[in-house]
Structure formats: structure tokens, C-alpha cells
Design a binder for this molecule. Structure first.
Ligand code: NAD
Ligand code: UDP
Ligand code: UDP
Length: 311
């Protein structure tokens, strides 16, 4: 049996990952400081004999014995990561150093949850892994973008300097059940607004694009990457290449939920990327992975989750 450390395991993606690992018989140590995650996301796992929860902040050292590490700890929504930007950079950078130091000591393979934000507001479309990005170093998103970029640098330096087995996954916008209702990200915002009959808040003119991946597809890709041959380090894009404008997303959500919500237009946040679509040729070839869930089907599952939450 493998003992697997999941940092950020009580968050949206982390809790789904813990579910899949427990299902396949792994021993899971979930580490989280509950900054954005919640015990509710993992409450169904607490009594499982193979599951253990530890409240801990990854910016502090952690001494445990594990075989593999998934490093997901970091707030992901712009609203949350901008609330305490210094802590966001510390989580990405000090957190990466501590988890890499741990991986080095116990000779564990380690996967980093990186992000499409390393491409910034991209001038190449769609974005292949070879694109170095277009990122502001001093804006309100920089704590997240530059923190994640520095974490990638640390991963590759530990790989070259200490022969650590690393996997760097560039995750594109992912949605699904267990997103926090006040998370601030677009899919949860639109669904919660439509369910409550509130106005749908479009930032800017709604013509900016994102490509949305359903959580089950994403976690499948993450497990494929962790289990890939040692020589494959990434970085590798994992996401759904179907691209939508925020207006199209709002129309999709409204047509599934119905109701009387109106679209209202507000200011576009600073440095908001205008377009984003993953080039997933590498994931297809190296991991034999591609997303399967269509946006409407994933939205139906997510809407069902929020309906149950508000009942
Ligand atoms: P989330 O906010 O739901 O989960 C992050 C988890 O990390 C939370 O449980 C939070 O409490 C925990 N955490 C934050 N700081 C911590 C710290 N210092 N120590 C310990 N735990 C800490 O977000 P998510 O969507 O599940 O994202 C998970 C990871 O995937 C993040 O690293 C994020 O950057 C990355 N990612 C997510 C997306 C996406 O669309 N969901 C896209 C790109 C990258
Ligand atoms: N570290 C940790 N757990 C471990 C081993 C190391 O948290 O099991 C932390 C340790 O506190 C250190 C960091 O990881 O600050 C980097 O460790 P490394 O061995 O690479 O560097 P050094 O200890 O030489 O600074
Ligand atoms: N957005 C929006 N209304 C909202 C929340 C977000 O129009 O209520 C826009 C946001 O400006 C961005 C896109 O939706 O252009 C995706 O935002 P999100 O915060 O989900 O993710 P990210 O910008 O990190 O991709």
C-alpha cells in the first residue's frame, strides 16, 4: 500500500483527489490549513481507516513518512488569493520548498499543481507548454502567478540538483461539485446567482474566453501524470480545449436553470486574461489522456450539487 500526502486535500480539487486515492486502496494523509477548504469536503472520509487529516500550514516544515506527494495547497480563486497576497506567495514558494525538502528526505515522487496562470494574459493561442508567458510581476494577480512560476522553477531545480522525481501539471480552469459557493470563480458565481434569482455579474463585456474542464476529467489526468514514467516531468497542460466566452457560459447556465436572472455588466478586474485555451497535444501523447465531459453535462452535475447545498 502506498502512503500518499495530499496538501490542500480539503479543497475543491484536493477532496476529489482524496476520494479517488481512497477508492483505489491508497493510504491518504490529507494536510490542510482550511484557508479556503472545509472539513465538509472530506467529512465522508474521516472514519475511513486509510484516511488521516492533519491541520497544518505548508509554509512551515512538515516531517512525515510518505511515498508520494500531491502538492495542491494554495488558494485558487482570484478573490481568495488576493485577500492575503503575501501569504499566497509564501504558500506557493515556502510551501514548495518544504514539500520538496520532504520529498528529498524520504525519496518521494512529487507532483505540483501549477496553473495556466503561468502564461499570464497570453499572446500565443492556444497555449502550448513551450510558451513562456506574458505575466505582470507587480499586479494584483502576481502573488499567484509569480508564486506558481517560482514553484515550477524550484521543482526543476530539485530535479536537476537532487535527482528528485517531479511532475509539473499546468491546470486550466476546472469546475464541479465542492467549489465553494463564495469562491468568486465564474462557474460557481453564475450558478449560485441563477439559483438565487440574483443578477448574473459579467465582468467587462463578457467576450473574454476560458476553457472549462470538469473535475472528474482533471483528477483522472492528475493520476495519469503521477503514474507516468519517471523520465516524464512535464510541465504538461491538463484542461478542456473547448473555449467559451463568459457570455456563452452565462447563457448555458441560464438555459439549464431557468429563472429570472438578468445579466449585469461590471468592471473587468486588473490583468484579467482575455483568452485562454490549453493545447493538450502533450497530455494526449504522453499520458494518453483527453477530457470526456461536455460543458452542459458538467454544469448539470455542478448545479445539482449547489441545489442540494442550498436545500
Ligand atoms: P481550493 O481553494 O478549493 O483548494 C486549495 C486548498 O489549499 C484549500 O483546502 C486550502 O485551505 C488549502 N491551503 C491554502 N493555503 C494553504 C497552506 N498554506 N497550507 C495548507 N493548506 C493550504 O482550490 P482548488 O481549486 O482545489 O485548487 C487546488 C490547486 O490546484 C491549487 O494549487 C490551485 O492553484 C491549482 N489550480 C486550480 C485550478 C482550478 O481551476 N480549480 C486551476 C489551476 C490551478
Ligand atoms: N523539510 C520539511 N520536511 C522534511 C525535510 C525538509 O519540511 O522532511 C523542509 C526543511 O524545513 C527545509 C526545506 O524543507 O527548510 C528544504 O529542505 P532541503 O533539505 O532541501 O534544504 P535545507 O534543509 O538544506 O535548507
Ligand atoms: N468573471 C465574471 N463574473 C464573475 C466572476 C468572474 O465575468 O462573477 C470573469 C473573470 O473576469 C474572468 C473569467 O470570468 O474573465 C474567469 O474568472 P475566474 O475567476 O473563474 O478564473 P480566472 O480568471 O482565474 O481564469
Amino acid at each position: 500500500m502506498n502512503t500518499i500526502l495530499v496538501t490542500g486535500g480539503a479543497g475543491f480539487l484536493g477532496s476529489h483527489l482524496c476520494d479517488r486515492l481512497i477508492e483505489r486502496g491508497d493510504d491518504v494523509l490529507c494536510v490542510d490549513n482550511f484557508f479556503t477548504g472545509s472539513k465538509q469536503n472530506i467529512s465522508h472520509l474521516l472514519s475511513h481507516p486509510n484516511f488521516e487529516l492533519l491541520r497544518h500550514d505548508v509554509t512551515f516544515p512538515l516531517y512525515v513518512e510518505v511515498d508520494r506527494i500531491f502538492n495542491l495547497a494554495c488558494p485558487a480563486s482570484p478573490v481568495h488569493y488576493q485577500r492575503d497576497p503575501v501569504q499566497t506567495t509564501k504558500t506557493s514558494v515556502h510551501g514548495a520548498i518544504n514539500m520538496l525538502g520532504l520529498a528529498k528526505r524520504v525519496q518521494a515522487r512529487i507532483l505540483q499543481a501549477s496553473t495556466s496562470e503561468v502564461y499570464g494574459d497570453p499572446q500565443v493561442h492556444p497555449q502550448p507548454e513551450s510558451y513562456w508567458g506574458h505575466v505582470n510581476t507587480i499586479g494584483p494577480r502576481s502573488c499567484y502567478d509569480e508564486g506558481k512560476r517560482c514553484a515550477e522553477t524550484l521543482f526543476f531545480d530539485y530535479h536537476r540538483q537532487h535527482a528528485l522525481e517531479i511532475k509539473v501539471m499546468r491546470i486550466f480552469n476546472t469546475y464541479g461539485p465542492r467549489m465553494h459557493p463564495n469562491d468568486g470563480r465564474v462557474v460557481s458565481n453564475f450558478i449560485v446567482q441563477a439559483l438565487k434569482g440574483d443578477d448574473i455579474t459579467i465582468y467587462g463585456d463578457g467576450q473574454q474566453t476560458r476553457s472549462f474542464c470538469y473535475v472528474d476529467d482533471l483528477i483522472h489526468g492528475m493520476l495519469r501524470l503521477m503514474d507516468s514514467p519517471a523520465a516524464f516531468t512535464g510541465p504538461v497542460n491538463v484542461g478542456n480545449p473547448n473555449e467559451f466566452t463568459m457570455l456563452e457560459l452565462a447563457e448555458n447556465v441560464l438555459s439549464l436553470i431557468g429563472g429570472s436572472s438578468k445579466l449585469v455588466f461590471g468592471p473587468l478586474p486588473a490583468d484579467d486574461p482575455k483568452q485562454r485555451q490549453p493545447d493538450i497535444a502533450l497530455a494526449r501523447q504522453a499520458l494518453d489522456w483527453a477530457p470526456k465531459v461536455e460543458l452542459v453535462d458538467g454544469l448539470k452535475e455542478t448545479i445539482g450539487y449547489f441545489k442540494r447545498l442550498f436545500d
